[in-house]
Ligand binder design. Structure first.
Ligand code: ADP
Ligand code: MG
Length: 630
């Protein structure tokens, strides 16, 4: 905190203002003129940035702000020989501005700490075969980069051999994952195995990490409704005060038998205490603190607006694969000829779906020489894959195909299934099982206890859906949905009163995420899903999502407390002034004190509540998955 104070020009000016004010008070009984000069200098340093803001906002944006009122108050005070009050006023005012900046700084720091894992340089392999250290920003698509053992992957790219990667920075899963030649690895993850070369697949400004950072940076421009309201209100209110104060002085002058001195003094007190400084500070520092706290726990909220919707969420839809489950399937059963297997594996090689990864992993080393690959592989989100006359995907799309009836009976009560067909004939099927995330169960339980209605929306079949719903403890589920169906569910549930959340990880969830009031993406998910969302669960820990929900509720409470307190203080001080029993020093201290209190109240959100921390320790001791067998 102290370091923060001296680092910025604002902090330095603030410190100087304090120094000269103290000097002013010390000199007061000794040398009147020297003391006054000290206060004037303090007013200069304390008011410098406020004056700058006041001028810029009033002239350029034509929206007069509290800074203007404060500068006028301080100058007015000095003009009628209350220099010390003017100095104290500006010290506290610039101090509250600094506190606000402190909250912003904290937020930026937490977010970059979460994202700091990306190296800035890479070992570029040159045509001679030698490597050269270059900045990751200079890497081009298709460049070859060497990643040594134990080193962080500097950029997204395809690997040239089998490798073992620790992806915990992205997914939170600490067990290293194995990647085959040709699979993609991501910047910020760690090479646990031997050195390998990768072919750059994304430039450094487009890696998953950098796109998350960018999204969060943009989010700072999405203030909550309450913040926007306060902002609009500030301008109108300030104008009102600017008109009311001179009228008040004139009226008082008329009433109090021509006593200018007293009328101006009262006017000045009114100008000071009626300023909405505390009101203006009610929302922003608190919101920034909450966002920062969330980031510390692995939840990136893209701005105050998203925080606000989260707090009022009534209903939450959740995807299954990759969200409630790990999306790491194991093959339980299958039936297919070698030729069918070759086609299936060849096609799945082109897909990033968790099912595809499982099948490709299971059927390694197949011979693709007999595969006719003249046609491109098309992915139909939420359905499967198509290549020429071959179709691969969920059972329900094969209605009317030869062998459908028998297979439909055979696969009844089996969970996730994939069917392969050539022309109009079914050629084989695969049965897969996934694992539930324990934190998902806990999070769902907590959300339901908090009165949020949670339901499962999945593209998977009835059996898989009901098994997962049961294991997680969900009453409602909808199976066999297309991506459009998911969007329809979200849209239909939406109306004036209900705020709808949706969590998902896949491309198939992106439209629903974008349509929900609050779209929530898993950090391991596709970048499309992350872009369509308002909130990212960076390490996939859904328990943290509930933590953030709780945080957003606390944020709401604190903002309301702040507004009530800020308005209350203004009302009381204005009444006291009207009664003629408030002097300027008391007015300054009470008014500015309320601003500081409001900001400190907001900064409380930087702290993690004690019981949430305890929870964490327990959780980490538990194993985090239960197996679901067909
Ligand atoms: P969820 O909504 O649970 O995330 P998806 O919509 O991604 O599930 O997938 C729904 C179903 O579509 C899967 O259970 C599977 O049968 C089929 N499917 C989707 N993509 C593929 C693929 N690449 N290969 C095979 N089957 C697929
Ligand atoms: Mg999914």
């Amino acid at each position: 905190m102290l370091q923060f104070l001296f680092k910025s020009r604002k902090g330095q000016f603030f410190s100087l203002a304090i120094l000269f004010t103290v000097a002013g008070f010390v000199l007061m009984p000794i040398h009147d003129l020297a003391s006054r000069i000290c206060f004037y200098i303090a007013i200069f340093f304390g008011g410098f940035f406020a004056a700058k803001d006041a001028v810029v906002d009033t002239i350029r944006e034509k929206s007069p702000n509290v800074d203007l009122l404060m500068i006028l108050s301080a100058l007015g005070a000095a003009a009628i020989n209350f220099e010390s009050e003017g100095a104290v006023l500006l010290i506290i005012f610039s101090g509250s501005d600094l506190l606000e900046e402190y909250a912003t700084d904290k937020t930026t720091n937490e977010i970059s700490a979460l994202m700091s894992n990306v190296p800035e340089t890479a070992k570029l392999v040159m045509s001679s075969g030698q490597t050269k250290e270059v900045s990751t920003e200079d890497l081009q698509l298709e460049d070859q980069v060497l990643v040594a053992k134990g080193e962080q992957v500097p950029i997204d790219g395809y690997v040239d051999s089998q490798v073992s990667i620790d992806e915990s920075a992205l997914t939170g899963e600490s067990i290293p994952v194995s990647k085959e030649a040709g699979q993609e690895v991501f910047a910020g993850t760690i090479n646990q195995g031997n050195a390998f070369k990768l072919t750059v697949s994304k430039t450094s400004d487009e890696t998953i990490f950098s796109s998350i950072v960018k999204m969060v940076e943009e989010a700072q421009d999405h203030p909550s409704n309450i913040a926007k309201f306060i902002d609009r209100f500030e301008t109108k209110y300030v104008i009102t005060v600017l008109i009311a104060v001179p009228l008040f002085v004139l009226a008082l002058y008329g009433l109090t038998a021509n006593n200018w001195q007293e009328a101006i003094y009262r006017g000045l007190v009114l100008l000071t205490v009626a300023s909405p400084c505390a009101l203006v500070a009610s929302a922003t520092p608190a919101t920034l603190s909450a966002i920062s706290n969330g980031a510390k726990h692995g939840i990136l909220v893209k701005g105050g607006a998203a925080m606000e919707s989260l707090s009022s969420m009534d209903q939450l839809f959740t995807d299954k694969t990759g969200t409630l489950t790990f999306g790491e399937f194991t093959l339980v059963d299958y039936q297919a000829s070698d030729q069918t297997l070759a086609y299936v594996t060849y096609m799945e090689n082109q897909s990033n779906h968790p099912i595809a990864r499982a099948l490709v992993d299971h059927f390694k080393n197949l011979d693709f020489s007999q595969v006719n690959s003249s046609q491109p592989v098309e992915e139909v989100a939420g359905v499967g894959l198509k290549m020429g006359d071959w179709l691969l995907g969920k059972l329900s799309v094969f209605e009317g195909y030869k062998g459908y009836q028998e297979l439909n009976e055979e696969l009844e009560n089996k969970q996730t299934t994939v069917v392969a067909a050539y022309k109009d004939e079914i050629k084989g099927y695969f049965v897969l099982a996934d694992e539930i995330r324990l934190e998902a169960k806990e999070a769902v339980h907590n959300f339901m206890a908090a009165g949020v209605d949670v339901s499962l929306l999945t593209g998977d079949n009835e059996t898989a859906a009901s098994q997962v719903a049961q294991a997680i403890g969900l009453d409602h589920y909808e199976a066999s949905l297309t991506p459009e169906d998911k969007t329809v569910f979200v849209k239909e549930a939406q109306n004036e009163e209900t705020v709808i959340g949706m969590i998902g990880d896949g491309i198939n969830d992106a439209p629903a995420l974008a349509n929900a009031d609050i779209g929530i993406a898993m950090g391991s998910g596709s970048s499309v899903a992350m872009e369509s969302s308002d909130l990212i669960v960076v390490k996939n820990n859904l328990a943290k999502l509930f933590y953030s929900f709780d945080l957003s509720k606390r944020l709401n409470k604190i903002i309301i407390q702040n507004i009530v307190f800020a308005v209350g203080v203004i009302v009381i001080l204005v009444i006291l002034n009207l009664l003629g029993i408030l002097d300027l020093p008391t007015g300054v201290v009470a008014h500015e004190g309320s601003t500081i209190l409001v900001i400190l109240n907001g900064l409380r959100l930087l702290k993690t509540p004690k019981d949430a921390d305890d929870d964490e320790v327990e959780k980490e001791e538990e194993t985090s998955s239960v197996s679901l067998q067909a």
